[in-house]
Design a protein around this ligand. Structure first.
Ligand code: TRP
Ligand code: ZN
Length: 500
């Protein structure tokens, strides 16, 4: 079904090459770092003399995005210092990335698309830089490489600038750096992160973040987490404000955002004392603000079902409808193109548990995000609007669009945003609720699941194993028919549990 969400994505008929064109010429750091940078001489991927490690892999083997993410290290913290011009067209950044080596490394990659790299250091020493497609290959000098043993923590600094790109993702929608009427917004799902900062851009590598953004005084820069400082300075006429945001819980890079514009901001607290920070495009503020007033009610209602809210603040970023054509569950503070309906708020807030706190191990597990967020809408309709979830299930069952492929096996990247992931994903959750046949046990299972993988990653196999263990039921038919099966089962009344 096309759920109660507004048209979120464009139809899949338009297919795009898996990766947008690459323009950036490869750049050797020697050119900018000068002849004293010893690592420049080699200029290739061959191991330097004395280095004992090997290069980290250029991807982590995602079934749809083989080059997304990088092997050989895990990022623990990103410190991003960004300056953005008045038109939000140009960005100058310094990314300080703290990582832990997972192997002995002679070189490693970061994912970055477009933008010019002025230089990079690893452990404070200049590193050779090479660009190939979306990969930024860093080769530290031999002495530093000798230190990069598995288990060691190391710091990488990349200085970069340029006009960040708007990418067209596999289903034709815009991600990466998206210009808006009064600024820009960074949207990262599934592969937009490399458009605005170098990193390990696969959902399996979660990290904490500090994002400091300097903008002309009349603009506001909003990001994830909590605002830790806001400082205005500079000469009259060219005054700028630096907004510093801190995300203390691990975050997947596709959930990282920065939104720049003429926002009206509001700070409040929920009844439980959770800070709420909202930023609304001033053009739509009058319509959006009363809708956002329901955030505390929705967070409390979802926490009652899924377990404690995972983060230290909540809120929303609201742009205009013409700015983008989909909402995104950016961590702490979802992004909405225009004033959100209650159903859309419920959906994006549900992702704070399903997607943001418990993050898919790879992009094939997308239904763990969208199936659960869609099912949360069904639950909301059931409790608040008197529409039984069983009726939402029946409607989804009747909709041909949900039967194109099994939710746990989208054929390719184009399909990640398609109805089977959402509607049929929600049907799986509903079948599970029916099989459990006891709402108290069913909701305990959901809260147990979010608790077991809080702040981590989990796969479909983790979920099916968890559900079987928690219920003690043989759920194999439920999985084989509803989660993995091709086509619509003949008889939805047939039981999912074996006869006993
Ligand atoms: N996750 C977003 C939502 O549910 C929608 C979305 C944005 C999406 N980008 C995507 C879905 C890429 C699949 C693939 O509101
Ligand atoms: Zn969603």
């Amino acid at each position: 079904m096309k759920p109660r969400l507004p048209a979120r994505r464009r139809p899949s008929a338009l297919r795009f090459p898996a990766r947008p064109g690459r323009a950036a010429a490869s750049l050797l750091a020697c050119a900018v770092l000068g002849p004293t940078a010893s690592a420049c001489s080699g200029g290739g991927a061959e191991a330097g003399a004395g280095a004992t490690g090997t290069p980290g892999a250029a991807g982590v083997g995602d079934p749809y995005f083989p080059k997304l993410g990088n092997g050989g290290y895990d990022v623990t913290h990103y410190d991003l210092r960004l300056a953005v011009d008045r038109s939000a067209d140009r960005l100058t950044g310094t990314a300080t990335i703290t990582s832990r080596a997972t192997q002995d490394l002679s070189a490693f990659d970061l994912d970055l698309l477009g933008l010019d790299v002025a230089g990079a250091t690893v452990e404070g020493r200049p590193a050779a830089v090479r660009r190939t497609g979306g990969e930024l290959v860093l080769r530290p000098d031999a002495e530093v490489a000798d230190h990069l043993r598995g288990g060691r923590t190391f710091t990488t600094v990349v200085r970069y600038s340029g006009a960040p790109r708007t990418l067209t993702d596999a289903d034709g929608s815009r991600e990466g750096w998206v210009r808006t009427a009064d600024g820009a917004v960074a949207l990262g799902e599934p592969a937009g992160g490399p458009a605005w900062f170098p990193g390990n851009h696969h959902p399996s590598d979660k990290a904490t973040y500090t994002v400091a953004v300097t903008v002309p005084e009349e603009l506001t820069a909003v990001s994830n987490g909590e605002l830790t400082s806001r400082r205005t300075g500079g000469a009259p006429g060219s005054r700028t404000t630096t907004y510093t945001w801190r995300t203390a819980q691990p975050m997947a890079s596709y959930l990282a955002t920065v939104a720049i514009g003429r926002f009206r901001t509001e700070e409040s607290r929920t009844g439980d004392g959770l800070p709420v920070f909202t930023a609304v495009d001033s053009e739509v503020a009058a319509e959006a603000e009363p809708r956002l007033a329901r955030i505390p009610e929705i967070v409390a209602w979802e926490a009652g079902k899924f377990g404690p809210y995972p983060f230290r603040s909540t809120g929303a970023i609201v742009d205009r409808a013409e700015d983008s054509d989909y909402a995104l569950e950016t961590q702490n503070r979802p992004y909405y193109p225009g004033p959100p309906t209650p159903g859309l708020l419920v959906h994006e807030m549900a992702h704070q548990w399903f997607g943001d706190s418990v993050t898919p191990a790879d992009w094939r597990d997308m239904w763990l995000n969208e199936g659960f967020a869609t099912y949360t809408e069904w639950l909301w309709s059931e409790e608040k609007e008197g529409v039984p979830a069983e009726r939402s299930f029946d409607e989804a069952y009747a909709d041909d669009a949900n039967w194109a492929f099994p939710p746990a096996r989208p054929p390719d990247a184009t399909d990640l945003s398609q109805p089977p992931v959402y509607g049929r994903g929600a049907m799986v959750v509903h079948r599970l609720r029916r099989a459990v046949d006891d709402d108290e046990a069913f909701f305990a299972l959901l809260a147990g699941w979010t608790g077991a993988h809080r702040y981590g990653n989990a796969s479909t196999a983790d979920f099916t194993a968890y559900a079987e263990k928690a219920t003690g039921l043989d759920l194999s038919r439920l999985w084989s028919v509803w989660l993995y099966g091709d086509g619509r089962p003949e008889d939805p009344a047939a039981p999912d549990l074996p006869a006993r």
